[in-house]
Design a protein around this ligand. Structure first.
Ligand code: HEC
Length: 119
């Protein structure tokens, strides 16, 4: 009993792996079986940047390679240091942020995690 259930599951998974997309010609019942909706509530964490002017920019540009936490968990930096940090991402790692956005992003990062010049 237990054995045959397992075998059936394996077959469904094997077929699903190669053809199990919605619209598969023969796969209507299969597609239905495989498109179940699951709701999960993720804990509030550092997965996005805090709201503010420039948050969209940071959310779209600064999580291509790492989490927002990599940025928000840094010690506070001055505007100038944020600017060079952003430019390091661009030149050393190839972040695609356009040069004319560096200032606005540095302003945002200083607003959410900044310190005064010279302190
Ligand atoms: C413009 C948005 C943006 C900001 C702000 C940003 N990153 Fe990074 N970032 C890295 C890598 C690689 C590291 C180093 C990770 C490590 O040391 O483990 C890093 C590390 C960091 C650090 C930690 C301090 C440091 O210098 O190592 C900060 C702060 C940071 N990134 C900010 C690749 C990227 C890429 C990939 C093309 C993009 C895009 C990117 N980073 C976009 C951004």
């Amino acid at each position: 009993m237990r054995h045959s259930t397992l075998a059936l599951l394996t077959v469904v998974m094997a077929v699903g792996g190669s053809h199990g997309y919605a619209g598969s010609p023969s796969g209507q019942p299969l597609a239905t079986a495989l498109t179940r909706t699951v709701n999960v509530t993720l804990p509030d964490s550092h997965n996005v940047f805090p709201p503010g002017e420039g948050a969209d920019l940071a959310n779209s540009q600064c999580m291509i390679c790492h989490s927002a936490g990599m940025v928000t968990r840094q010690p506070p930096l001055t505007f100038d240091v944020w600017k060079s940090e952003i430019n390091k991402m661009r030149t050393a790692y190839g972040a695609p942020l356009p040069e004319d956005q560096v200032e606005s992003l540095a302003k945002y990062l200083t607003a959410i995690n900044g310190k005064q010049q010279g302190k």
